[in-house]
Design a protein around this ligand. Structure first.
Ligand code: NAP
Ligand code: FE
Length: 366
C-alpha cells in the first residue's frame, strides 16, 4: 500500500449542534461573514442558531445572503468583497453545496483581492480564512471536501478548484436543518451523494480506505430508498442521508469524481437541471458503460444498495427522477465534447472517448 489520505475537518453531528458548540466559532475568529443563499439559512433554522451562538460568544458578524444556486466567479467575488470590507477573520457558510462552495471561494478572496478566475490557476499562494460549514442539504458533502465548484460562463460548464487549505475547519451537521427541504430537492441531493460514493468507489483513484467509506455510504443510502420513493422522510431517514452524504464527501475528498459529474455539469449549465438530478439522469448508463471494467464492484454496489439487480435500480431511478427534458443529438454532441475537457474524465475506470460519452448521454436522455 502506498497512499495519502487526509480529511482535516472536525465533524460534529447531532441535533442542536450549533448552539451546543458556540465555542467552535470563537476559537477560530472574532468577526465572521456568514455566507448563505436567499432562503436556505432562514428556512433551515441554521441562521438563527448561528446568530445566537455568535451573540453568546460576543462575536461580530454580517450576513451575505446573495449566493446563487451554482454560483459564478462574479457571485463569489461579491461575497469576498463583503468579507474584505468587514475585515472578517472567519467565514461561516450555511446552506447547500452552492453556499458552502461559495464560502470556500470567499475565504480566499477575503485575504486577497483578485480576479476570481485566478482561483483556478494553480495552487493557492495565500492562506484562506478558516471556514465553518453548516450543510442544510444532504448531498454534496462539501462540508468535508477541499473543493469549490463554480459555473464558468467562459467555458460553458462548471469547474472545480481545490486546495487542502480549503477543507472547512469545522463541519456542524444537524439533521433538523434538512427538514425544511422540499421533497424533490431531498431526492436530487441524495442522488448527488450516491453519485459521489459510486464514482469514488469505481474510479481509478479509489483505494481500500476510501472504499470503506463509500461502501458504508451506499449501504446507508440503500436503507433510505423505500422512504425516498414513498416520500416518507422520517427524522431517522433525514439523519441517515446527512450522514451518508458526509461519508461520500470524505470519499471524493480523496478520489475526486469522474464522467458522471462531467456529464451532469452540461445538463446543469445548458438546461438548468439541478446538480444531483443531472447526475442521476445518467447514473444507470454510467454503470452499464463501466460494467466491462468493474463488473465485480458494480454488482457489489447493487448488493450494498439492497437491490436484486441493475434493472430494479433503473426502475427506482426512473421513479425518483422522471426525465422530462428534451435534447437534440447536436446538444448531446456538444456536451460530450465538453466532458472531454474535464480533468476528472481521466479518472474513469474505463477509458471514455467522446463517442462513448455521447452514447451514454443518448441512452440516458432520449
Ligand atoms: P444548492 O444549490 O445549494 O441548493 C438547492 C436549493 O435548495 C436552493 O434553492 C436552496 O436555497 C435550497 N435549500 C437548501 N437548503 C434548504 C433547506 N434546508 N430548506 C429549504 N431549502 C433549502 O444545492 P446542492 O445540491 O446542495 O448544491 C449544489 C452545488 O454544490 C452545485 O454547485 C454543485 O456543483 C456543488 N457540489 C459541490 C461539491 C463539493 O465537493 N464541493 C460536491 C458536489 C456538488 P438557497 O437559494 O437559499 O440556497
Ligand atoms: Fe456532486
Amino acid at each position: 500500500m502506498n497512499f495519502r489520505y487526509e480529511v482535516p475537518t472536525r465533524v460534529i453531528m447531532g441535533p442542536g449542534v450549533v448552539r451546543k458548540n458556540a465555542g467552535e466559532f470563537s476559537a477560530l475568529g472574532k468577526r465572521a461573514l456568514i455566507v448563505t443563499g436567499g432562503s436556505s439559512g432562514r428556512l433551515s433554522g441554521a441562521l438563527d442558531d448561528v446568530r445566537a451562538a455568535l451573540r453568546e460568544k460576543n462575536l461580530e458578524w454580517e450576513v451575505f445572503d446573495r449566493i446563487e444556486n451554482n454560483p459564478t466567479p462574479e457571485n463569489v467575488e461579491e461575497a469576498g468583497a463583503a468579507a474584505r470590507k468587514l475585515k472578517a477573520d472567519l467565514i461561516i457558510a450555511i446552506g447547500g453545496g452552492s453556499p458552502l462552495d461559495a464560502g470556500k471561494a470567499a475565504a480566499v478572496l477575503a485575504v486577497k483581492e483578485m480576479d476570481p478566475l485566478e482561483l483556478f490557476k494553480g495552487p493557492l499562494t495565500v492562506k484562506p480564512l478558516p471556514v465553518v460549514a453548516i450543510p442544510t442539504t444532504a448531498g454534496t458533502g462539501s462540508e468535508v471536501t477541499p473543493y469549490s465548484i463554480l459555473t464558468r460562463r467562459d467555458l460553458q460548464t462548471k469547474k472545480s478548484f481545490g486546495h487542502p487549505s480549503l477543507f472547512p475547519r469545522v463541519a456542524l451537521l444537524d439533521p433538523e436543518y434538512t427538514y425544511s427541504l422540499p421533497y424533490q430537492v431531498t431526492v436530487n441531493t441524495a442522488i448527488d451523494a450516491l453519485s459521489h460514493a459510486m464514482e469514488g468507489y469505481l474510479g481509478k483513484r479509489s483505494m481500500p480506505l476510501s472504499d470503506i467509506l463509500a461502501e458504508q455510504a451506499m449501504k446507508e443510502f440503500g436503507q433510505c430508498i423505500e422512504d425516498l420513493v414513498n416520500n416518507n422522510l422520517t427524522p431517522e431517514t433525514r439523519e441517515r442521508l446527512l450522514y451518508m452524504s458526509m461519508l461520500a464527501g470524505m470519499v471524493i475528498a480523496h478520489t475526486g469524481t469522474t464522467i458522471m459529474h462531467g456529464m451532469g455539469y452540461s445538463l446543469t449549465y445548458f438546461k438548468n437541471i439541478p446538480h444531483g438530478r443531472a447526475n442521476g439522469l445518467v447514473m444507470k448508463e454510467y454503470l452499464r458503460f463501466n460494467l466491462e471494467c468493474a463488473e465485480e464492484k458494480i454488482n457489489r454496489v447493487i448488493r450494498l444498495l439492497g437491490l436484486p439487480g441493475m434493472e430494479k435500480f433503473g426502475e427506482i431511478l426512473d421513479k425518483l427522477l422522471p426525465c422530462e427534458e428534451q435534447f437534440t443529438d447536436a446538444e448531446l454532441h456538444q456536451y460530450a465534447s465538453l466532458v472531454m475537457l474535464q480533468r476528472s474524465t481521466g479518472s474513469n475506470i474505463r477509458e471514455a472517448r467522446e463517442e462513448d460519452i455521447f452514447h451514454i448521454l443518448r441512452r440516458s436522455l432520449k
